[in-house]
Design a protein around this ligand. Sequence first.
Ligand SMILES: [Zn+2]
Length: 464
Amino acid sequence: MKEQIRAKFEAYRDEMLEDLAALVAINSVRGTTTEKYPFGEAPAKALELALAQGERMGFTTENVDYYAGTIDLGTTERMIGVLAHLDIVPAGQGWASDPFTLTLRNNRLYGRGVVDDKGPVVAALYGMRILRDLQVPLNKRIRLILGTNEELGSACMKYYAEHRPIPECGFTPDADYPLINGEKGNFLTILSFPNESTPVRSIQGGEVFNAVPAFCEAVLDGKQVDLDALRASVNTADTLGFQPEFSRDTDGNIHMITRGFASHGSLPHLGKNAVVSCALILVNYLGRSAGKMLRFVAESIGRETDGRTLGLKSEDALSGSLTFNLGWIRYNADEQKLGIDIRFPISLSLADMTSIYRKMTETHKISFEISSASEPHYVPRDHEVVKRLMAAYREVTGDEQAQPMVIGGGTYAKKLGKNFVAFGPDFVGMESTQIHNVDEHISLERFLDHCVICTMGMMRLAMD
Ligand SMILES: [Zn+2]
C-alpha cells in the first residue's frame, strides 16, 4: 500500500505544489479582528482557499465561522481527526527568496508555512484524495480540521471544540516525528517582591516567558556605585564569557548591559541567561544592599534550570526533569517582578505543582500570580492511536528504534483532548527546517516521506 500511495503522490506532485504555492502566497499572520473575521482577513482568506481546494476535489467542507474549517472524507458518525493550521508567524527579514513565493531550490521547498503548517495541510488533503482514489475501505470518517490561530493562542480550536464534535482520536502534523505522546504541564507565573530602595534604579531584561533572555540592561545610581570598582568586581564565571558593557549617562548614572544566549523556554539549559548574569554581578558587588529580588535570583535561582535550590525539582522516567526558566525581569520605582516559565513532568498534576510553588513562595515571603498554566498531556504508549501511528511511521521509514517522545513545549494536539498526539512533519535529527525562522524549508524527499506517513497514519486510524 505504501508504494501505491507514494506513486499517487508523485503523480499529483505538480498539482499539489500549485495548491501549496497558492496557500503560501497568502501572508496569513493574524490581523485585526472584525465582525466577520475573528483573526483578521488574511487567515480567513487562507481558510477559504484551503476549503475551496477540498471542495474542488469533491469533499464535503464547512467553514466554522472563520475560526476553523473542516474537510471530510466519508460520512460515518465515527471519525478520526487530523488537525493542522493555516496561520503563520511573521516572515521576518533576510530570506534568500520571497517567503510568499513557494520556491524549489536545491531540491528543497522554501516559503513561510511549507513546514508549519501549510505543507502538512496540503499533504493531508491529498492523502485523503489518494485514499479515496485507491478505494481503501475505511470504517471511520476522516476529518481534516483546519485552524487559523495556532500561533497566537489556538482560540480557533477552543471555538471548534465548543461548536463541533471532537473526533474520537487523531493527530496533528504540526511538530516532530516519530510521535509526541506527551507534553509537560505549563506553569507560568509572575513573582512580585516588595519595593525596596537600593542603588539599582531599574533593570529591564527579557520580554516573554518562553525564551531565555539574551539581553539585560541595569541602570545604577552613579552616586552610590563606583564604576571602576564595579567593573573590577566582575567575576568571569558570572558572565559565562560575555563581557558586560558599562557606560555613564548624562545624569551620571551607570548603565550595565549583560548578554547571553537565547533558547526556547522549555529548553533553558541550552541558553545563557543574561538576567541571571546581571543579578550575579550586582549581588557580588552590592552584597545585601542589592535587595531581596536580586539576591533571590543570584542565590536561589542562579544557573540552575531545574529549580533545585528552590525545592521545585521533580522528574519522572517518561518526561524527564522539571524545567525552570527566568524569562524576564521588571525592576523600577513601581515594581519588582520576575516572569518564570516552568514545565513540569507528567507525573505531577497542576494542583500538585501549584501547592509546591505556593510553599516555595511562602518560604521566601514573596507573592505570585499565575499568568497561564495547563495540565500535562499524556497519551500512553499502548494507546491504539500511538500504536497505529508508530506502526505507520516504522513501515514507511524502516526506523524500528524510534520511540514516542514527551516534550516540554506545547503542541496543537492537546487542544482536542486526551486521544490526540503530534505526528510529524519534522524529522528530528535531520537537516533543520528553520521553522519560525528565515528560509523555512523542507527537502522534497522529506516532504514526500511525510505525505506518505501521514496518509498511512490516517488510513490505519480510520480502517477499523
Ligand atoms: Zn505550527
